[in-house]
Design a protein around this ligand. Structure first.
Ligand code: KG4
Ligand code: ZN
Length: 334
């Protein structure tokens, strides 16, 4: 079964072709990062316009690189939310055109379900499993007892991890998106600042990162005002240690409580080297998987994989009433 995935929820236009929920035939990603960099973050109106400009080319390249024709596609899977509504609608309408033109069933995929299923490309998902979702917009622990069934155990009360990374990076003078740069500098710095580990002993699976973020930013302002010397790399390292301590501790607790068979990490921050190392060292009695780096950040291959499993569960597509929504919870996805 060949599934076409379409993703346009934020600042990446991506189209992918995946065979049987596993074999990636092509995964084209047109990133707008360089355009939004000048503004320090994603500008929704510009994002929509860029999707319109690039999407036809991305479709054609994905088809060409996969070495197939449109008529060979068995299912079109498209991100329906959460995300920027203007951006989402461009991907959804393009997916509808392919579906209608070639009479192919269409299915909508929630973006976070896609991030989770990025793990299915290189590994077989074995249930029950625990997913740590860490992206620019989400931080949550999700229990899956079977394919396409999501139970949220806890989530952030305020900032998502990626959001905290990007805000700290901005104050430290690093360009958008700051996460990868903070990660790189962290490997060169020392853990010398005693930053808080918010909610580490809260006894539940919820998180909070805005206090930690403010703590880092305030200390930075104080040092600047007093003209004291500091190394940006030490800030990055100390911040990263605090964030990953909380993430790893709660993930380990949840994995033990729910007796899962594997832990998977999903979302853009799954690319973080500090997190990958710490979680693999802390959880040794079961496999811990991450997607390949190219499937951590937004891409359409993950949407195609998720769409494949959703279609297998439902047994039918969603039809042409399919719509986008800027807010969409994982629990609405089953
Ligand atoms: O999942 P994603 O591509 O988009 C959303 O769905 O939000 O995640 C993007 C986020 C950004 O905040 C980015 O800074 C962060 O993931 N990120 C990282 C790393 N690579 C990407 N954060 C920390 N370390 C990284 N290596
Ligand atoms: Zn994402």
């Amino acid at each position: 079964m060949i599934v076409m995935g379409v993703e346009s929820s934020c600042d990446e236009t991506s189209v992918s072709l995946v065979k049987d929920g596993k074999k990636v035939l092509s995964n084209e990603v047109l990133s707008q990062i360089d355009i939004h960099k000048a503004y320090g973050g994603v500008v929704p109106e510009i994002a929509s316009r860029e999707h319109v400009k690039g999407i036809t080319m991305v479709f054609d390249q994905a088809i060409r690189k996969a070495g197939i024709e449109y008529k060979d596609i068995d299912l079109v899977a498209v991100t329906t939310g959460p995300g920027l509504i203007g951006s989402l609608l461009i991907g959804i309408n393009a997916a509808k055109v392919v579906s209608l033109n070639y009479d192919i069933p269409l299915i909508g995929v929630q973006h976070i379900a896609g991030h989770i299923y990025a793990n299915g490309i290189e590994h077989d998902m074995v249930f029950p499993l625990l997913a740590l979702v860490v992206s620019g917009g989400h931080t949550e622990l999700v229990l899956m007892r079977k394919h396409y069934e999501f139970e949220k155990l806890g989530e952030t009360a305020d900032d998502a991890v990626g959001e905290a990374y990007d805000k700290v990076a901005r104050v430290l003078g690093l360009t958008y998106p700051g996460g990868p740069q903070v990660d790189k500098l962290a490997s060169q710095g020392k853990d010398i600042y005693d930053f808080p580990r918010p909610m580490i002993n809260s006894g539940d699976f919820n998180f909070s990162f805005s206090g930690l973020k403010s703590h880092v930013i305030n200390l930075h302002h104080n040092l600047e005002q007093r003209h004291e010397k500091y190394e940006t790399a030490d800030f990055c390292r100390s911040f990263q240690e605090a964030v990953t301590d909380v993430l790893v501790s709660k993930t380990k607790e949840a994995a033990e409580k729910y007796q899962v068979k594997q832990v998977i990490v999903a979302g853009g921050v799954a690319a973080n080297r500090g997190l990958r190392k710490k979680i693999s060292e802390a959880i040794t009695d079961m496999p811990v998987f991450f997607p390949a780096i190219e499937y951590c950040t937004d891409n359409a291959a993950m949407i195609a994989v998720a769409g494949y499993f959703k279609y297998k569960k439902k047994g039918h597509g969603d039809g042409f009433m399919l719509n986008g929504s800027s807010r969409m919870d994982l629990s609405e996805e089953e």
